[in-house]
Design a binder for this molecule. Structure first.
Ligand code: ADP
Length: 445
């Protein structure tokens, strides 16, 4: 097992990883930007190294500085968290060349799954159901028009290197395609350095259902149930829960087996997520595999009682799962709300600033993962996630009741947040009945 892990990230996930390492008896190194000097991940790590100025390109995305920090502190592994360098093939490769274990996907895993168009064609080749669409990158607008005519509108144009909902456009009519193609392509080029696009049928009101998978170095792969992440805004998740309210034991078996097969296809080691869309007729389609720990992993932890980050670190260190894969028990229901420093009254504009007052909720079944505290300054450089509020109950209605009262207890003053917005969503009769789909929020407003 590792002696020391460097955490190449910030915010709540850096703190989450530090906690897991501490429980495993592993030393921790935090790296931080000048803007994060007073952040809790810096305070709670055993060692810390400043790696540059606030902008991510000068710190959390700066590979050479992160490697230098790992070298001078004698770390033996690097955990990238999510975002930043978590799915960067070059970084994974450089870590390996420099003798650091990358607690994340191999170069081969990233090449196979990071490019969504090639992931799709790999799945098609192995009979995994995918959304009807193109098998490779579109080479021109003309080709896109021809493919879309074959598939039938509406279609979705997607960036092959995409993530975070960027480089994605829904097209309802042929006449709108040229413009959508151009915009998506330039958005993809500037966000990912890769303008490649592909095209899929746009599914009407499906659910987003994803399966947590875990693989070890001995060829064992398990799934740890599903998460329903249908409550989204602009294709970004806001609320996630486990189990999916529409799931049946038979469908879980089928989708779970499919997710495990996907992970096996690339001999996956570590924590990963296989994402599907599930339509009204309960047909499911592979969408993509995320080869990292995800923001929403706590809901799976709450219902399984497992610590996914500890498992992830341990399997990267060559250990077996700490639990009996055949005997995972799923207990109750968990729901997570992402609390962001955003102003819902102004189109969810990010709002950096000073947190003047902070009181997290508590009591039975409540977990809060956060890096903020009273007097913390939310920097302008990074994503706006302030905290994850996770409520667990014996069933969905108890989880909702706990979420409701804990949102009422949650006090963050100084910057606008999405707390009140979440409070109204969870009182929506459609949310309460579990009748969700990815257009749920759009249809409300
Ligand atoms: P990203 O990697 O940018 O998050 P995904 O491929 O995971 O992109 O898609 C994000 C979201 O976009 C999905 O959860 C879903 O809401 C929506 N989406 C993606 N593909 C389709 C599709 N073919 N039809 C309808 N919605 C889609």
């Amino acid at each position: 097992m590792f002696k020391k892990v460097l955490i190449a990230n910030r915010g709540e996930i850096a703190l989450r990883i530090i906690r897991a390492c501490k429980e495993l008896g592993i030393g921790t190194v935090a790296v931080y930007s000048e803007a994060d000097r007073d952040s809790l991940h810096v305070r709670f790590a055993d060692e810390e190294v400043c790696i540059g100025r606030g902008p991510a390109s000068e710190s959390y995305l700066h590979m050479q500085r992160i490697l230098a920090a790992a070298e001078i502190t004698n770390a033996d592994a690097i955990h990238p968290g999510y975002g930043f360098l978590a799915e960067n093939a070059e970084f994974s490769e450089i870590c390996a060349h420099n003798g650091f274990v990358f607690i994340g996907p191999t170069v081969d895993n990233i090449r196979k799954m990071g490019d969504k168009a090639s992931a799709r064609s790999l799945m098609i080749g192995h009979g995994i159901p995918v959304i009807p669409g193109t098998e490779s990158i579109l080479d021109s607008e003309k080709q896109a028009l021809a493919m879309a005519a074959g598939i039938g509108y509406p279609v979705m144009i997607k960036a092959s290197a995409g993530g975070g909902g960027k480089g994605m456009r829904v097209v309802h009519d042929e006449k709108d395609l040229p413009r959508a193609f151009a915009v998506a392509s330039s958005e993809a080029a500037s966000a990912f350095g890769n303008p490649g696009l592909y095209l899929e049928k746009y599914l009407i009101r499906p659910r987003h259902v994803e399966f947590q998978v875990l693989g070890d170095r001995f060829g064992n792969v398990v799934h740890l149930g599903e998460r329903d992440c249908s409550v989204q805004r602009r294709h970004q998740k806001l609320i996630e829960e486990s189990p999916c309210p529409a799931m049946t034991p038979a469908l879980r078996r089928k989708m779970g087996e499919c997710a495990v097969e996907v992970a096996r296809l690339i001999e996956y080691v570590g924590a990963g997520t296989v994402e599907f869309l599930l339509d009204k007729d309960m047909n499911f389609y592979f969408m993509e595999m995320n080869t990292r720990i995800q923001v929403e992993h706590p809901v799976t932890e709450m219902v399984t009682g497992l610590d996914l980050v500890k498992e992830q670190v341990a399997v990267s260190g060559g250990e077996r799962f700490s639990f009996d894969a055949g005997k995972v028990k799923f207990n109750g229901h968990a729901i997570e709300c992402r609390i962001n420093a955003e102003d819902p009254r102004h189109d969810f504009r990010p709002c950096p600033g000073v947190i003047t007052s902070f009181h997290p909720p508590g009591g039975p079944g409540i977990r809060v993962d956060t890096h903020i505290y009273a007097s913390y300054v939310v920097p302008p450089f990074y994503d706006s996630l302030l905290a994850k509020l996770i409520a667990h109950g014996r069933d969905r209605s108890e989880a909702i009741a706990r979420l409701r009262r804990s949102l009422d207890e949650f006090i963050i003053i100084g910057v606008p947040t999405t707390i009140d917005f979440h409070r109204t969503i969870i009182d929506d009769p459609r949310f309460i009945s579990g009748d969700l789909d990815i257009q749920f929020l759009e249809k409300r407003s």
